[in-house]
Design a binder for this molecule. Structure first.
Ligand code: NAP
Ligand code: MG
Length: 503
């Protein structure tokens, strides 16, 4: 890259960044009760680009109260499912209209290439809201023929109702700030819940912009509340006695805290936690396609994906060749500011994340793994951003921390396998079970591997393919429940059974 000076954001984004941002509580834009704000950084330059309101416990209390009032007494439960769907659809239209603005905000806030946000994050968000807009009118119960053994002479009508949970707290991470808000809010609103959203402190901007659009779309007061802030805000939401359900995406460590915090009122929880997903390459795969595919599996979004293909398992026959190709791909990736049009990979989201990833790289080296690409922070022009070069580790073993733990950065660990049984055993030799990809042209191997892996998603000859209709979630310590598709509706509704005795 000859110049690293990224173009200026469009005027709408520049104006937005300068604004005095407010929380959204009960249909009004308000400062945090403390009056405090926090700095929002551009990770490519370590410079402050905006200030966000620092909501805390009191603001969460106010938001939960507003959501409760909207749920119990507001118009939300009285309007038809079709009206709910129309509002969500209108929101999707508004987001689509502001695609460029959202793409640039995501890039500035998270560091991701603006071109990626433009074709992936924002369109997936729009699609997601539209999918649930359509589903709002398709949530229904069933009639069940019952034959009560001790009352054979009586007749009954038994039916179920699928009702919303009520007030839902949603805590999201920084890797796909806008899309994670959509994954959480689309289904919750379609099912008739009221929401309090707490975005990650590193990336509050797209949620604050989304708050404007919820208001513009005309959602009734209190149905959607957005409280930016630090972990104390998330913790207050997770333990709040008047929250019926909490949905969380983030680290396993905080996931455990959510489980504990939920015990006070036994609120329902869904958790989407980490992963250490294997990309598995059989010797019959098209190696060129597989090398590119498994590289994208780990390096997409700078490895900051819960389903990143961070363990590369390659059949011993093609191991050397495949791993060399992946190292070549890694070396070709152009690092730079997300806003620069030539950038393939931006900085990591924060200084903290850069340090965590560099610590893992150091730990891998000291445990004896060999770096065949990357392994360092780039210097020169990129010195002030939170960059880490795409890194490939060879000669790893399953005991190493870099193989067992989620790094959440552009670091892949390669190891060879012998045969189908061996690769299934290696693939499952991890506390996580979020996703996996299998690269082969042999249909039997593809299906047998998919069946053997303990993972919530298995991709065959692809990785990181998402659709609003396809369920996503984890086996083992990758979480509870599913997001997306009709499956997510079950997480946001509860079943009431009604038994009527007929004369
Ligand atoms: P994190 O702490 O789990 O943050 C996720 C969300 O939880 C944020 O909104 C965070 O708020 C909030 N939070 C933090 N402490 C909380 C608490 N005690 N109760 C309720 N909510 C709380 O993740 P992180 O510190 O940003 O990243 C650390 C590691 O987590 C990463 O390196 C990665 O391994 C993993 N991670 C996984 C995912 C995923 O998609 N599965 C996403 C992000 C991170 P604050 O932002 O204010 O802390
Ligand atoms: Mg944290």
């Amino acid at each position: 890259m000859t110049t690293l000076t990224a173009p200026q954001p469009i005027p709408e984004v520049r104006e937005f960044l300068k604004k005095s941002h407010k929380l959204l509580i009960d249909g009004r834009r308000v400062d945090a009760k403390s009056g405090e704000t926090f700095e929002v950084f551009d990770p490519s330059s370590n410079s402050v680009v905006a200030h966000a309101p620092k909501g805390g416990k009191e603001d969460i209390d106010a938001a939960v109260k507003a959501a409760r009032k909207a749920f119990e007494d507001g118009p939300w439960r009285k309007i038809t499912a079709s009206e709910r769907g129309k509002l969500i659809w209108k929101l999707a239209d508004l987001i689509e209209k502001h695609t460029e603005e959202f793409a640039q905000l995501e890039s500035l806030d998270n560091g991701k290439p603006v071109g990626v946000a433009r074709v992936a994050d924002v369109p997936l968000t729009v699609d997601h809201f539209r999918y649930y807009a359509g589903l709002a009118t398709k949530i229904h119960g069933e009639t069940i023929p019952i034959s009560v053994p001790y009352a054979p002479e009586m007749q009954f009508l038994d039916y179920t109702l699928r009702e919303p949970m009520g007030v839902v707290g949603q805590i999201i991470p920084w890797n796909f700030p806008l899309l994670m808000a959509a994954w959480k809010m689309g289904v919750a609103l379609a099912a008739g819940n009221c929401v309090v959203l707490k975005p990650a402190e590193q990336t509050p901007l797209s949620a604050l912009r989304l708050a404007d659009l919820f208001q513009e779309a005309g959602f009734p007061d209190g149905v959607v509340n957005i409280v930016t802030g630090y972990p104390d805000a998330g913790a207050a939401l997770a333990e709040h006695p008047d929250v019926d359900k909490v949905a969380f995406t983030g680290s396993t460590e905080v996931g455990r805290k959510i489980v504990q915090a939920s015990s006070g009122n036994l609120k329902r929880i869904t958790l989407e936690l980490g992963g250490k997903s294997p990309s598995i390459v059989f010797p019959d795969a098209d190696l060129e396609t597989a090398a590119l595919g498994v590289s994208n599996a780990i390096f997409f979004n700078h490895g900051q994906c819960c389903c990143a293909g961070s363990r590369l398992l390659v059949h011993k026959k093609v191991y050397g060749e495949l791993v060399d190709r992946v190292a070549e791909q890694a070396k070709k990736i152009r690092l730079g500011p997300g806003m620069h049009p030539d950038t393939d990979m931006g900085p990591l989201v924060s200084l903290e994340q850069q340090s965590r990833v560099m610590d893992y790289i150091q730990s891998g080296r000291s445990e004896g793994a060999v770096v065949t690409a990357g392994g360092e922070k780039p210097d020169g022009d990129l010195d002030s951003g939170y960059y880490v070069a795409p890194t490939v580790f060879d000669k790893v073993n399953t005991g190493m921390r870099i193989v067992q733990e989620e790094i959440f950065g552009p670091v892949v660990c390669a190891s060879p396998f012998e045969d189908l049984d061996d690769v299934i055993a290696q693939g499952n030799d991890n506390p996580y079970g979020l996703a996996a990809s299998v690269w082969t042209r042999d249909i039997n191997k593809a299906h047998k591997t998919a069946a053997g892996l303990k993972a919530g998603t298995v991709w065959v000859n692809c990785h990181n393919i998402f659709d609003a209709a396809a369920p996503f979630g984890g086996y083992k310590q990758s979480g509870y429940g599913r997001e997306m598709g009709v499956h997510a509706l079950e997480m946001y509704t509860q079943v009431k059974n009604v038994i009527v005795q007929l004369d």
